[in-house]
Every structure is written in structure tokens, then in C-alpha cells.
Design a protein around this ligand. Structure first.
Ligand code: ZN
Ligand code: FE
Length: 241
């Protein structure tokens, strides 16, 4: 049976990812910035949310924790930094395992966007939840960390198999694609992906998930040769268009 992974749009451009383990029926939400849209999407499918997972403390990724727990009892599983804004039932960090029914993730510490940001890598299921660290054709802003840390994160993602699917926290793909085309005007993979992203957004479609293989070909931050190049790109992107 297939794992269903559903994007639940929230706030202005966030996605709450919701997925169900077909064996146990357990249902996790990742980065619930709001409770109502997640609860409605679950109810519509007849699903009961059993886990809330957070990648980092920012309120647009944690704001729905309390309401979802009140409605469903789902424990909040999050990095320690999330305690700044939310009750946390289980603190996770590098090397920990998180299970959602029969699905198992390894936890990666990927600091830079925030100091305690984590990724959840479901190796057997070939999916990784990257929050605001790795986006389609982009990376998160360096609010609490360094370009060196972000470069190390990008290298770690790039070492995964090409067919691992990446589920990130925002619909930033088109703006990221425009920036990628600006910095890599001769990269044909970038040019064609920009066109595809523009068409998808015109039709109101979700552009995610992306994959490690696609990012290796088109993401300038993953393609940066060193931390200095990533730092230069990040500074340019902060004031682009
Ligand atoms: Zn964030
Ligand atoms: Fe965010």
C-alpha cells in the first residue's frame, strides 16, 4: 500500500504535510502552523491525527500544535527550541528515531535557518521533511546560523539517493526558480524547470514535493562549491526581485 502524503495549505504560503501509514492507520502532520486546516483535511479523509512533528520553532510551523493536541490528543514531537512557543511532549535531535506506525524516520540536526532546526528522513519510504532549510531550488534564510552550516546541510542532502522526495515548508518554488535562472542563465535544467514552475503556479498547482536529483541539477544553493559561494548567493537572494 502506498503512503499518502497530502499538502495542506496554511497561512499565506505554508504547507502542513499530512501523511498516513497504511499499515497502522497512524497519521502525522508536519509543521502545523495552524490547527483548523489540518483538522479539516484529516476529517475530510476520515483520518485521525496521531502525531504532530515540528522541524523548527517558528510560529508558522508550530502554531497549530496546541489546537491539534486538544482535538486529537496527538503528542508534539519537536526540537527543544520549539519549547519557546509550544508545549513539547518529546524532544528530538540528531540520531533520534521517530516512528509513525510502521514508518520510521531518522532525525538530522540541520542548523542555520534556526539554531535547532531538524529534518526528518524516512529512509525506507524515501521521503525527507526539510522545513525551512531546503526548498525547491532554494534554501532558508540564515536567521540563527551561518553559511558554513547551511553549506554542510546542503552537502548532506546532496548525498542522499536522487529519488528521495523532499517535502518543504513553503510554496517558494517560482520565486526561487527565477533567482536560479538569474544566477545560472546557461543551465538548461534550470530554464526548463522555471517554465514548468510558472505553468504549475498559473494553474494553481502545488509544485512539491521535489527530489534530491532535481535539486542537484537546479538548486544553486545545493550546487554552491563552498560556503563562501553559498553566502554570496544567500545575500543576493535576500534582496532579489
Ligand atoms: Zn522558519
Ligand atoms: Fe516558515
Amino acid at each position: 500500500m502506498e503512503i499518502e502524503v497530502i499538502p495542506v495549505p496554511a497561512l499565506s504560503d505554508n504547507y502542513i504535510w499530512m501523511f498516513r501509514d497504511p499499515v497502522s492507520g497512524s497519521v502525522a502532520v508536519v509543521d502545523p502552523g495552524q490547527d483548523a486546516p489540518a483538522l479539516a483535511a484529516a476529517e475530510q479523509r476520515g483520518w485521525a491525527i496521531t502525531h504532530s512533528l515540528n522541524t523548527h520553532w517558528h510560529p508558522d510551523h508550530t502554531g497549530g500544535n496546541a489546537g491539534i493536541k486538544a482535538a486529537t490528543g496527538a503528542p508534539v514531537i519537536a526540537p527543544a527550541e520549539a519549547k519557546k512557543v509550544s508545549a513539547v511532549d518529546r524532544v528530538i535531535a540528531e540520531g533520534d528515531r521517530v516512528t509513525v506506525g510502521d514508518l520510521e524516520a531518522e532525525v538530522w540536526d540541520i542548523p542555520a535557518h534556526t539554531a535547532g532546526h531538524v529534518a526528518l528522513y524516512f529512509k525506507a519510504a524515501k521521503m525527507i521533511f526539510t522545513g525551512d532549510t531546503l526548498f525547491a531550488m532554494g534554501c532558508g534564510r540564515l536567521f540563527e546560523g551561518t553559511a558554513e552550516q547551511m553549506f554542510a546541510n546542503m552537502q548532506r542532502f546532496a548525498a542522499l539517493p536522487d529519488d528521495v522526495l523532499i517535502y518543504c515548508g513553503h510554496e517558494y518554488s517560482l520565486a526561487n526558480a527565477r533567482f536560479a535562472a538569474h544566477v545560472e542563465p546557461d543551465n538548461a535544467a534550470v530554464t526548463s524547470r522555471l517554465k514548468k514552475m510558472a505553468e504549475m503556479r498559473d494553474r494553481g498547482e502545488v509544485t512539491l514535493p521535489t527530489s534530491i536529483g532535481e535539486e542537484k541539477a537546479t538548486n544553486p544553493f545545493m550546487r554552491a562549491r563552498d560556503a563562501d559561494e553559498l553566502a554570496r548567493l544567500r545575500t543576493m537572494k535576500d534582496s532579489f526581485g
